[in-house]
Design a protein around this ligand. Structure first.
Ligand code: GLC
Length: 600
């Protein structure tokens, strides 16, 4: 009995230790954050009254972030306040923002308590440039928001512009690049505004889950000193030890591992899997603050894909709303958020508490995978962006047989038929996808699934595209030439002497398969040749001059042509792993630009 209990305990500990996404630098403070994955950003302040236009002139910058109007259009501190005349203090209701966040499936929000304009959206004792002094009836917007967050169970984060402050005479203002500012003066701003205000924010509004600073350059390139930043961080640690801090404080997570999460650039999505917590701040259109001329609305599907993409790489997604001066959230934004919420009510299991799965390459052409471990089970969530025409979904790279497979949208969780052979799982899908945006398939395993690294995946239509980015090995150093000229020149490997490149695939349907190759060769009468071999069969081909083509009409845009040639067929006698080798042998002074091999 005892032994069994100990075993159960060990099992439990194992589960707990792997349940947490494998983020070495996630401290306990940030665990709720990586579990939450989806949050709301709120940009609202005096600038919301301008709606991107000042005295009939649109904001002076093509990157028209409406919240920058004070700086861009050179508006004086006091005159800027006249924008408040447009605010309807009886109408504004911050609770509505919180309710929207809740309905959108967001777990936290980050509110611009003080943006670059230096105007505090609470009753600040440290600066009378604040909302309480300038609203009628008097309102403490942050206090109301904090109460609403508490009421609806949404965690509260605060954006605080520490580096830039256009209101305080000694706060950083980029116009000071002309004049400079003495460090002692900047420190006056720091000690009499930043520190006391951050203290107020950490004292008067209950639990603050995130402090979100906004300095996008390293402190060494700015007026702020590392000491000042550390002073700010220790204040947070002292007053609210559970509050997490972002890297735009000006300290990178590499420089200071005590920074809780990394903030990517504005609207920058993740590209690689990371082991530490990170987040993309994003907008539904372009501007953060409400801008009446903004019209680059991303679709709900695009926004969902951004969220899923980040989660599949262990990241978070924080999506912005820019309410108007009366507090109203533009329909284009609220509608998309509500649609995301609907999707999450059905499919949220694949997002909350989920993270990356350990496949080494961007394998699948149909969508993205997230992974979660709970109660001794591992579930992979396949987010199917393109419902396959033949209703067969191929999962490549996992050698453990799934225990069961079902659609998240199916409350009964009726099993979908599947076949598992070696490293390929073929799932039969229903004729119609259950979700108009992105349907999710749960693939459950009784244990953590084993994977094979380095495989090139089967595409949705049953072929193998063997490219520079999914090769297994090569017998010498290769350089991948990235796309050029807007992709009219594709990615390729330039080969000038004998070179072997190998891919590994898993074939579940054996037999004869045709082999095509795409390359460019500009030698006038090429003498070189290539061989593609697998097992005992091989195909050879003498290089052909592929000539030139026009990349773009009417632009005198002449580029090397990449053409594809059918080499013949290779035989794959039985289901299993196969290596496919390309041996290219250019003659002297010949160049062979290899693009891809297509086996099907
Ligand atoms: C930039 C802008 C700012 C916006 C922020 C959101 O730092 O200066 O206006 O608040 O990005 O990520």
């Amino acid at each position: 009995m005892k032994v069994r209990r100990i075993l159960a305990l060990i099992n439990l500990l194992l589960v707990i230790s792997v349940t947490a996404p494998a983020q070495k630098q996630t401290n306990d403070r940030a665990r709720w954050f990586t579990d939450s994955r989806f949050g709301m950003f709120i940009h609202w302040g005096i600038y919301s009254g301008a709606e991107g236009i000042w005295k009939g002139e649109k904001i002076r910058h093509n990157n028209d972030y409406a919240e920058w109007i004070m700086y861009r259009n050179r508006i004086e501190r006091d005159e800027y306040l006249t924008l408040l005349d447009r605010f309807d203090w009886n109408e504004i209701d911050p609770e509505q923002w919180v309710i929207l966040a809740k309905n959108a499936g967001m777990k936290y929000l980050t509110f611009t308590a003080k943006h670059h304009d230096g105007f505090a959206l609470w009753n600040s004792a440290a600066s009378d440039y604040n909302v309480w002094n300038h609203s009628n009836p008097q309102r403490d917007i942050l206090k109301e928001l904090a109460e609403a967050c508490k009421k609806h169970g949404i965690r509260l984060g605060l954006y605080y512009s520490h580096w830039i402050d256009w209101e305080h005479p000694y706060g950083w203002n980029h116009a000071m690049e002309l004049t400079g500012i003495a460090p002692e003066k900047y420190d006056i701003y720091w000690q009499e505004k930043v520190i006391p205000q951050v203290r107020e924010l950490l004292t008067n509004f209950g639990d603050i889950s995130i402090f979100w600073f906004d300095m996008w350059i390293h402190h060494s390139e700015s007026v702020v000193t590392k000491e000042q930043l550390l002073q700010l961080k220790s204040l947070i640690r002292e007053l609210q030890p559970d509050c997490i801090v972002n890297s735009r404080l000006g300290l990178s997570i590499e420089e200071d591992p005590d920074i809780d999460f990394k903030t990517l650039g504005d609207n920058q999505l993740g590209r690689t899997k990371e082991e530490f917590p990170w987040q993309s701040p994003a907008t539904v259109a372009h501007s953060w603050g409400f801008h009446s001329l903004d019209n680059q609305w991303k679709s709900t599907t695009t926004l969902l894909k951004s969220l899923i993409n980040n989660v599949s790489l262990n990241g978070n997604f924080m999506l912005n709303i820019g309410p108007r001066a009366n507090g109203e959230v533009p329909y284009e934004i609220s509608q998309r958020l509500l649609e995301m919420g609907q999707w999450l009510r059905v499919n949220g299991e694949s997002i909350y508490g989920a993270g990356a799965f350990d496949l080494d390459k961007e394998l699948h052409d149909w969508g993205k995978i997230t992974c979660k471990q709970q109660d001794g089970r591992t579930t992979l969530y396949l987010h199917v962006y393109n419902w396959p025409l033949n209703k067969q979904l191929t999962l490549t790279g996992i050698t453990t047989k799934p225990a069961r497979i079902y659609l998240l949208a199916d409350k009964q969780q009726s099993g979908l038929p599947f076949e598992h052979t070696g490293a390929v799982t073929k799932i039969s899908l229903p004729f119609l996808q259950p979700d108009p945006y992105i349907s999710v398939i749960a693939v459950e395993f009784g244990q953590y699934p084993e994977t094979i690294m380095g495989l090139a995946a089967q595409t949705t239509d049953g072929g193998f595209a063997l490219r520079p980015d999914n090769l297994l090995k090569s017998d010498g150093k290769i350089t991948i030439q990235r796309k050029e000229k807007y992709g009219t020149i594709p990615e390729f490997i330039a080969i000038t002497q004998n070179q072997k490149i190998t891919w590994k695939i898993f074939v579940d349907t054996p037999g004869e398969k045709s082999v095509d190759i795409s390359y460019s060769c500009q030698a006038a009468n090429p003498k070189g040749s290539l061989t593609v071999r697998s097992g005992k069969t091989e195909l050879t081909h003498r290089f052909v001059n592929t000539g030139k083509t026009i990349g773009e009409p009417n632009e005198n845009w002449i580029i090397d042509q990449f053409s594809s040639f059918r080499l013949g067929t290779l035989h794959f006698p039985e289901p299993g792993f196969y290596e496919i080798e390309l041996e290219a042998t250019p003659a002297k002074k010949e160049q062979f630009d290899f693009q891809w091999i297509w086996v099907r």
